[in-house]
Write a protein that binds this ligand. Sequence first.
Ligand code: PRT
Ligand code: ZN
Length: 301
Amino acid sequence: MWQAFFVLYTFFNQLIMTNLRIAIQKSGRLQDNSIKLLKECGFNISNGKNQLKALVQNFPAEILFLRDDDIPQYVEDNVADIGIIGENVFIEKKKNIKEIERLGFAKCRMSIAVPKTSDYNGIEWLNNKKIATSYPVIVQRFLNENNLNSEIHEISGSVEIAPGIGLAEAICDIVSTGSTLMSNGLKEVETVCSSEAILVASSNMAQEKKQLIEQLLFRIKAVKRAKNNKYLILNAPNDSIDSISKVLPGMKSPTITPLRDQNWSSLSSVVNENEFWTKIEQLKSLGAQGILVLPIEKMIL
Ligand code: PRT
Ligand code: ZN
């Protein structure tokens, strides 16, 4: 009797339970980092690859594996509640969705490139020229901002070969290291925009989904913050503790523990990656010694 009740309870519970549906790229440059981020947020995902859908075992969420170009439409249509895409795709697709968090990976830029041998002498050169691209919306926005009247030739892939086969005089494509442009005899002449992976969300969704997103965002922020900070432990002469504490205020104030040598203390605190080396120089000049630097896994304020 009780067993039957339990089975029925579980069944109805699952029926009414709302899962947060998260769309990520099925394969490509965004996939590994998207899965890594969700795992760092504590998600236990059964198996990503070769599946269209995966259930998160320890959070009311499921992962949908899709082509990155399709994710904005799925999020707009509420098939997925949130998604991870490149900012370039977000701008290009112009869907009714919103950016809710920048994720800091898949960093790249969109640039205009022309043949190395071209007599390019400034942005005006592009006027009345043909530009090949897979991103017509982004290119048109750039042309409008610069009062240029160029022709956009939309192609879906291998944009970098367009000038070589006489399809266009310039291209606009994603650039990361620049080696693709170089090996195709092209030079980068203008940056159109920069891009990184972002989390996007549907503009209208149920309250319980919003709460789940808030929970996920809390975790993402803790993971991102941890990546941007380092944990420092150092030894300092007692008479420098005040000045060192000013250099290393940490999350509230540094932890100070006396050493066996009564003139010295151990001090630990958190320092932001951006100011790391400047702070190390200041600490050294204040007499700090034996500085240990440790990575932080999660950082919750
Ligand atoms: O199959 P699906 O449609 O899902 O994937 P996709 O082939 O459209 O996208 P994918 O996986 O190539 O890229 C996904 C996202 O990663 C892009 O939308 C960008 O936001 C981001 N990203 C970051 C990049 C690059 N770096 C990148 N280097 N996307 C593409 N490239 C390509 C670029 O198109 C060019 O061919 O790499 C080449 C340039 O690289 P470098 O290093 O030679 O300059
Ligand atoms: Zn794509």
